[in-house]
Structures are given as structure tokens and as C-alpha cells.
Design a protein around this ligand. Structure first.
Ligand SMILES: *[C@@H]1O[C@H](CO)[C@@H](O)[C@H](O)[C@H]1NC(C)=O
Ligand SMILES: *[C@@H]1O[C@H](CO)[C@@H](O)[C@H](O)[C@H]1NC(C)=O
Length: 219
């Protein structure tokens, strides 16, 4: 509710013309599926992609926020989050760009729930959009992780990248809705985009190397 005006504004930045593909592997044009978690921290995996072939309205800032709410996330609890913005190079010609949005599990209360999540831990994700001239797919690359609580300084849980991805995907697949928008979502796993293991990964937490691609249709 408090953030409606902001989202109405940023949604204007969406590209008008997109390439009709699900996504382009960032490494093709010098990018990476690992974001930059800050100097010397390594990267966090972009382990979920919302396909560029999803309904166009899902891929706007407003649209992904509404979809996130449909699957149990909300905009961040403002002021409690300790972590800084992370950046990613999606190989689309834009170079390293800060995350567009960060969303947290809302514990069924869009107002207070995200604050609760900050206190007790939970799932969260950062959103990066692939929309530069070299790969204008409109796909959203999500860096998803399961966090510990504030007392543990928001560190990622053991196996937190794989677990966070699987929890988000489990909540997303099938029929969901929020407000007056209903979604039908399918998932496919892709290997070979992300590395396996913990080398170069923030907090040294190992990856299973799977990226789940979601195709989200408004029905
Ligand atoms: C990214 O965010 C950081 C703060 O977290 C800021 O210092 C930096 O200027 C931002 N970079 C861009 C390209 O907006
Ligand atoms: C993707 O991989 C995860 C982790 O192995 C698995 O739990 C899930 O069922 C897979 N999903 C699909 C659609 O294959």
C-alpha cells in the first residue's frame, strides 16, 4: 500500500520491445549468473529466472511485486534490512547494474509480515532485469536465498541458496492469485548456467548448479 506510487513510477522504465526468447545466458556476452555481493564477498547465484516469454505484465516492477505477493512475498521491511544493494552483469550490454527490487517472505501480512521476516529469518530474493541492447529479453533473474534471523546478521542458512530456490518455486508453480490477477506458472530446471560447489560463492555455501526457469502466465 505505501509503495504503490513508487511502483507506478518505476514501471514506466520497462522496455517497449523485447526479444522473443526466454533468456540469454549472461556468459555469452561477458556477464555472469553470480551477482556481486560486495568487495571480496564473492557472488550470490541467480538461481531462478522468470522467463521473458511470461506474460509481459508479469515482467514489470509492478507485475513482479504482485506476483511475489501471490506467492507469499512482499516489498522489503524498510529500515530493518542490513544488507546493501548487490549488482549483476546479465550480459545484456548494460554492464553491472544494481538490483531493481528486493522482496521478502511476508508471513501472510503485507504490512508487518516482512518486518517479522527480518526478525526471524526467511526467504528473500533480489531482482535483476535483462533488458540491455545485447539481450533484450525482459527476463527477470532472481537471486533467491533462505536467511537466518537478524540476530545472526542475515547470513544465509546452510544450503540456503538451493533451499530458497526450491521453496520459492514450490510456492509459485500452478495456480496462484493476488488482487484481481491470477497466474498459471510452470517450471523447468536448467543446468550448466550456474557452477556447482562453493567456489566464489558468498558465505561459502555450496550450489547444486540448478537454475529453475519459471514461465508465468496471467490467466
Ligand atoms: C548501487 O548501489 C550502491 C549503494 O548500495 C551505490 O553506492 C551505487 O552508486 C549504485 N550503483 C548504481 C550504478 O546505481
Ligand atoms: C528442479 O530441481 C529441484 C532440486 O533438485 C527439484 O526438487 C525439483 O523437483 C526440480 N524441478 C523440476 C521441474 O524438474
Amino acid at each position: 500500500m505505501h509503495s504503490v506510487a513508487l511502483h507506478a513510477c518505476v514501471a514506466l522504465a520497462k522496455p517497449l520491445q523485447r526479444d522473443a526468447v526466454a533468456y540469454v545466458n549472461p556468459s555469452v556476452n561477458g556477464g555472469s549468473m553470480l551477482d556481486n555481493a560486495g568487495e571480496g564477498n564473492g557472488g550470490e547465484p541467480m538461481n531462478v529466472i522468470v522467463s521473458g516469454l511470461s506474460s509481459p505484465d508479469v515482467l514489470t516492477d509492478d507485475g513482479i511485486v504482485n506476483f511475489a505477493r501471490a506467492i507469499g512475498f512482499s516489498t522489503e521491511c524498510f529500515g530493518l534490512h542490513g544488507g546493501g544493494a548487490q549488482s549483476a552483469n546479465l550480459g545484456d550490454g548494460n554492464g553491472a547494474v544494481n538490483q531493481t527490487l528486493e522482496l521478502r517472505e511476508d508471513y501472510d501480512d503485507a504490512g508487518v509480515g516482512t518486518c517479522l521476516e527480518s526478525l526471524i529469518g526467511g526467504n528473500h530474493f533480489r531482482v535483476f532485469r535483462q533488458n540491455g541492447a545485447l539481450a533484450n529479453t525482459g527476463a527477470l533473474f532472481l537471486a533467491v536465498s533462505q536467511e537466518e534471523d537478524l540476530a545472526h546478521h542475515h547470513t544465509i542458512s546452510e544450503d540456503g541458496y538451493n533451499v530458497g530456490r526450491d521453496k520459492l518455486v514450490a510456492a509459485a508453480v500452478g495456480d496462484t492469485s493476488f488482487g484481481d490477477v491470477s497466474y498459471s506458472t510452470t517450471a523447468a530446471n536448467v543446468t550448466g548456467l550456474l557452477p556447482t560447489g562453493a567456489d566464489g560463492i558468498n558465505h561459502g555455501i555450496a550450489l547444486d548448479g540448478i537454475v529453475t526457469v519459471l514461465t508465468v502466465e496471467i490467466v
